[in-house]
Design a protein around this ligand. Structure first.
Ligand code: PBG
Length: 326
């Protein structure tokens, strides 16, 4: 009898393939990033992210209701404030754009859907960096931590079930956890953007949130260098030791090796962020008819989960959830 190995036997019918599938995507695995803009009357399309918009409070509530009905696992909010300043005060203002949105969503969906808030200063500061600046123009790590702590408390108070620190300051998770615990928010989950590379794939996002880094600068002095693999584990171990409930790897598809390493190294849930550039590339090729957009999206999301992600932040959340329903 030759050949002895007949793997094709198990691929013969769709039912057999479904039965033995190791990994599959369901809507609950997906978290939709959403942008909410302060003082806008109409939602505004984001050119670099087809299908995504800067929401008004009303359109945000409608969209979250739709995503909830589709069975999507959660949403994560990013704010676009009407005014920016040097210290990013809109991020921790109790009446800041994200806090107002969180309170509204709390009324609408409560805890039926996991409502998260990205926790960073970049959308709120004039210079576009993720922290406050020292007199010499560098990002001041330790001066930024109290502002992150204040943001976490404001977000928790407004009803965020999960806060997601994304600024890559050393010690940010510990500072946030301590502040939350001291203010009676012991149940607020910290999802740390633990492994976040200084990626060119964030380009479309910066347009989405109207962020320009002053002086043509970049984030390489705080986000990770993508030449490196080992420091990813230092970052996740530090965050878990500081109290991270969930760790994240970002971007996702270009970093599947890192995702697999992280999955092996820790026992907390692991999230992955399929970022704006990853989404935009698929959408652009899809619009040209070069690829089947929905099929590629599902294949990529499945690969991200197969590599170790328990759930995925993705701009495809609504679209893929709709596709899975059909
Ligand atoms: C920082 C933040 C960024 C993203 C998520 N949180 C931008 C950055 O680090 O420059 C990028 C997300 C994406 O590209 O989809 N607030």
């Amino acid at each position: 009898m030759f050949p002895l190995e007949r793997p094709r036997r198990l691929r013969r019918t769709p039912a057999l393939r479904r039965l033995i599938a190791e990994t599959s995507i369901s809507p609950t695995d997906l978290v939709a990033p959403l942008f909410v803009s302060e003082g806008r009357d109409e939602p505004r399309a984001i050119g670099s992210l087809p299908g995504q918009v800067q929401h008004t409070l009303d359109s945000l509530r409608t969209e979250v209701g739709r995503l909830h009905r589709l069975g999507v696992g959660g949403v994560i909010l990013f704010g676009i404030p009407a005014r920016k300043d040097e210290r990013g005060s809109g991020a921790y203002d109790p009446d800041g754009v994200v806090q107002v949105a969180l309170r509204a969503l709390r009324d609408d969906v409560g805890d039926d859907l996991v409502v998260m808030a990205d926790l960073c200063l970049d959308e709120y500061v004039t210079h576009g960096h993720c922290g406050v600046l020292a007199p010499d123009g560098t990002v001041d790590n330790d001066a930024t931590l109290p502002l992150y702590a204040a943001t976490a408390v404001a977000q928790a108070e407004a009803g965020a079930a999960v806060v997601g620190p994304s600024g890559m300051m050393d010690g940010q998770v510990g500072a946030i956890r301590t502040a939350l615990d001291e203010t009676g928010h012991a149940d607020t989950v910290v999802m740390a953007y633990s492994v976040k590379y200084a990626s060119a794939l964030y380009g479309p996002f910066r347009e989405a949130v109207d962020v320009t880094i002053a002086g043509g600068g970049d984030r390489r002095a705080y986000q990770q260098d993508w030449h490196n693999r080992h420091e990813a584990l230092r970052e996740v171990r530090a965050d878990v030791a500081e109290g991270a409930d969930i760790v994240m790897v970002k971007p996702a598809l270009t970093y599947l090796d890192i995702l697999a390493d992280v999955r092996q190294a820790v026992s907390v849930p692991v999230a992955a962020y399929q970022v704006s550039g990853e989404y935009a590339m698929v959408k652009a090729a899809g619009e040209r008819g070069w690829i089947d957009e929905g099929a590629v999206a599902l294949e990529q999301l499945t690969a991200i989960k197969r590599a170790g992600a328990d759930f995925i932040l993705t701009y495809f959340a609504g679209q893929v959830a709709e596709g899975l329903q059909a």
